[in-house]
Design a protein around this ligand. Structure first.
Ligand code: NAP
Length: 264
């Protein structure tokens, strides 16, 4: 049986999933990227780039391309696309699997300050330190732009767009990072507080170990909740298991898909 799976991507897990699916006989995989990063790297299978035009646009795409399943493997902080995926799946009857890598957990010696948003992080920050290492991504930096009395080191894959805080040094880098490298960076820039989203995953966790070893406080922005009707699986293996269970017999297809002239 052949099947077409749409992977909503932008994460390492989405890339891994696309590679596994593309290697399977009879599986067509299309990865979807928002188009925020100029050099996203090579992906196995087909790739489409750019927004769908909301939940309705995504639903139309699923119908037009005869998708048999959609996997939301987007970043835990990409709220809008996850909401849209839930609505589009409900509207079309196409099964949806949500992949969310587990969040980080504080261990002994960690000095974490959980907050609900970037704005809450900015409000708390001046009470904790003066020299902050900001690893929350290049979007949303406006929340910190008014903090003129603090020094910021901002690390992102691509240059941040204004507004950013006035006293800012930008470090362009893409993970994975090592604990030794992160300690070196924190020490070299005399950082006294780290700010991060709870993105989870191993590739960017080294900064947390480095902060612990240096005794630095960490402001951790909590993840937005998933829409209540959704539950997530934690890894690619669990997605494959869910997809196996969701696989449906080919004809008859209730969406009228399957004919050569309607399905590319
Ligand atoms: P978002 O706020 O949830 O999405 C905003 C809009 O961007 C969506 O409504 C959708 O436009 C479009 N979009 C988002 N992801 C898409 C995808 N994979 N394929 C096609 N369209 C997509 O998302 P975001 O937080 O800006 O993140 C954008 C992308 O970057 C995501 O794919 C995410 O996996 C990746 N990313 C995000 C973060 C983060 O911290 N937010 C970190 C690392 C990577 P339409 O409504 O027009 O369809």
């Amino acid at each position: 049986m052949s099947s077409h799976i749409l992977v909503l991507g932008g994460t390492a897990e989405a890339r891994e999933l696309a590679a596994v699916l593309a290697a399977r006989d009879g599986v067509r995989v299309t990865s979807s990227l928002a188009g925020r990063v100029t050099r996203p790297g090579v992906l196995d299978g087909e790739v489409r780039v750019g927004g769908f035009g909301g939940a309705e646009g995504l639903a139309s795409w699923l119908r037009e391309h005869c998708a048999d399943a959609v996997v939301d493997a987007t970043h835990p902080f990409a709220e809008a696309i996850t909401r849209n995926a839930a609505r589009a799946a409900a509207a079309t009857g196409v099964p949806l699997v949500v992949l969310r890598r587990p969040g980080w957990r504080p261990g002994p010696g960690d000095r974490w300050h959980p907050v609900v948003s970037l704005h809450a992080a900015a409000e708390l920050l001046p009470r904790i330190g003066r020299r902050a290492f900001l690893t929350t991504g290049r979007l949303g930096l406006a929340a910190f732009a008014h903090l003129a009395d603090m020094h910021f080191v901002i690390r992102s894959v691509e240059p941040p767009e204004p507004p950013v805080p006035p006293d800012t040094r930008v470090v362009l880098a893409r993970g994975p990072f090592t604990v030794a490298g992160e300690k070196e960076l924190l020490t070299a820039y005399r950082i006294d507080v780290l700010v991060t989203k709870d993105s989870g995953g191993a590739a960017t966790a080294a900064k947390l170990s480095a902060a612990r070893e240096l005794g630095l406080p960490v402001v951790v922005v909590r993840r937005p909740p998933l829409p209540p009707e959704l539950t997530a699986v934690p890894d690619v293996a669990a997605v494959l298991e869910r997809l196996g269970r969701a696989a449906r017999p080919t004809p008859p297809d209730p969406r009228g898909c399957g004919a050569a002239d309607t399905c590319p």
